[in-house]
Design a protein around this ligand. Structure first.
Ligand code: PHE
Ligand code: NA
Length: 451
């Protein structure tokens, strides 16, 4: 390869793209519904534990691998550990990326439908009951969700085909600041509702009676999913970082902003849930069912509702392009394909699998594997199993196998006291804390050993 590897142009670009990858449906759709099902505050606390104790060190580990090698997820392990079983981490990452992209695009497709619905004032229906039926009717119909999924993937293609700087980076620079502004506006609005106190109590006061080993699995999976962690997404993005990008600080900023957005989403949704006497345990339909009924009772329904679903759409798009980039950089680096061809292949596969996921709320809802529809299976297997397993292997690899000098140089290039201390802490977490936590949750949570 003679062509020079793409790089993100600016420091803002680095933050906007990594935060863009992290912040998405995981925060605004998945976190509130998981927290709603699993007891609110307790789920949040366990999630925070995994983000800070396991997540941040593993984010650093991915950054080290990616920037040091400047390669895709498969190529990086091939370069660092030739002829060893570590290569499996690369293939697992590629598989997870495509599974996640498939079911994620369905939900992202729903956001497009809801933008259209908002603009048409929800077809004039505006009672809570009426809207309830509306989501179910839409999600279980045959064509509409399918077409939305395909359209969403097409939008991905249009951005990805423009390349790393002109496509991914430029889009993120515009969308991320916009997203934070919209979120702030919604938070203020939500805090003024009569149910605000109950909502905040649900989100912030932990009730540990709800916590079982399987809730631990879900919370760990949520932390990995939300940080885009364990599948080489961050290896891929950091292969576009410059030598000057501070890895520790970038990891900290990304994890902090990602967590902030999840909490803000909770602050937006739960006060509304309690204000309108709805149930927090609604599951995946929570955001799509509850928020529209909130918007319908606010002055300026169309504006609020459109704004919210545009926010969700934008957040999804900056995440899915990072999922696709895992495969695209693999196909271009390792198999020598053109960027265009690699993008077409990735999006085409996602279109096929995504269509099946889209139908799994309707015609294919009877197709069950291990008692789960395809949509749920893809989510469960990738988030709760493949990502933490990938994270476990990545942390063992950087903690025990990778040359310590490389780790030190990447985390603290100019060898300041603070930098070296940071590097020591990260390595300690990667060697002992993260692997032990992940393995323990697996052993108990998957019922390998039961208490
Ligand atoms: N982190 C993204 C979110 O929270 C989802 C994601 C997972 C993105 C894996 C990339 C890779 O929505
Ligand atoms: Na996230």
């Amino acid at each position: 390869m003679t062509e020079k590897r793409a790089q993100f142009a600016t420091r803002l670009g680095v933050i906007a793209t990594t935060v863009g990858s992290a912040v998405g449906l995981g925060n605004i759709w998945r976190f509130p519904y998981e927290a709603g099902v699993h007891g609110g505050g307790a789920f949040l606390l366990i999630d925070l534990f995994f983000v800070f104790v396991v997540g941040i060190p593993v984010v650093c580990a991915e950054f080290i691998i990616g920037r040091h090698t400047g390669l895709n997820v498969r190529g990086a392990f091939k370069a660092l550990a030739p002829k060893r079983a570590w290569g499996v981490v690369g293939y697992m990452g590629l598989l997870s990326s495509i599974l996640i992209l498939s079911f994620y695009s369905v939900v992202a497709g729903w956001t497009m439908k809801y933008i259209a619905l908002s603009l048409s004032d929800f077809d004039g229906i505006n009672t809570v009951e009426g809207l309830h039926g509306q989501f179910d009717r839409f999600a279980s119909s045959d064509w509409s969700p399918l077409v939305c999924t395909l359209l969403f993937l097409l939008a991905n293609y249009l951005i990805l085909a423009r390349g790393v700087q002109k496509g991914i980076e430029r889009m993120s620079n515009i969308m991320m600041p916009l997203l934070f502004v919209i979120l702030a506006v919604f938070c203020v609005n939500s805090l003024m509702m009569p149910g605000a106190a109950d909502g905040l109590k649900f989100l912030f006061s932990p009730d540990f009676s709800q916590v079982t080993p399987s809730v631990m699995i879900e919370a760990m999976g949520q932390a990995f999913f939300s940080l885009s962690l364990g599948l080489g997404c961050l290896i891929t993005y950091s292969s576009y970082f410059r030598k000057e990008t501070p890895l520790l600080r970038t990891a900290g900023t990304m994890a902090a902003l990602d967590t902030l957005v999840a909490i803000l989403a909770g602050v937006i949704i739960f006060p509304a849930v309690f204000t309108f006497g709805l149930q927090p345990e609604a599951g995946p339909r929570l955001v799509f069912e509850i928020l529209p009924s909130v918007f319908c009772r606010m002055p300026g329904t169309m504006l609020w509702s459109t704004l919210f679903f545009v926010l969700l759409f934008v957040a999804s798009l900056s995440s899915t392009i990072s999922m696709s980039e895992i495969c695209i950089s693999y196909l271009t680096d390792e198999l020598g394909m053109s960027r265009r061809k690699a993008t077409v292949i990735n999006i085409a596969v996602a279109m096929v699998l995504g269509s099946l996921c889209a139908l799994s709320f309707g015609s294919l809802s009877g197709w069950k594997i291990f008692g789960m529809t395809l949509f749920n299976l893809f989510d469960y297997v990738s988030s709760n199993i493949l990502l933490p397993l990938g994270g476990l292997l990545i942390s063992l690899f950087v903690g025990w196998v990778l040359d310590r000098a490389v780790v030190r140089r990447e985390l603290s290039p100019d060898g300041t006291r603070r930098g070296l201390l940071g590097a020591r802490i990260v390595v300690f977490c990667l060697r002992y804390i993260a692997p032990v936590c992940i393995a323990t949750v697996f052993v108990f949570g998957l019922g390998i050993v039961s208490l």
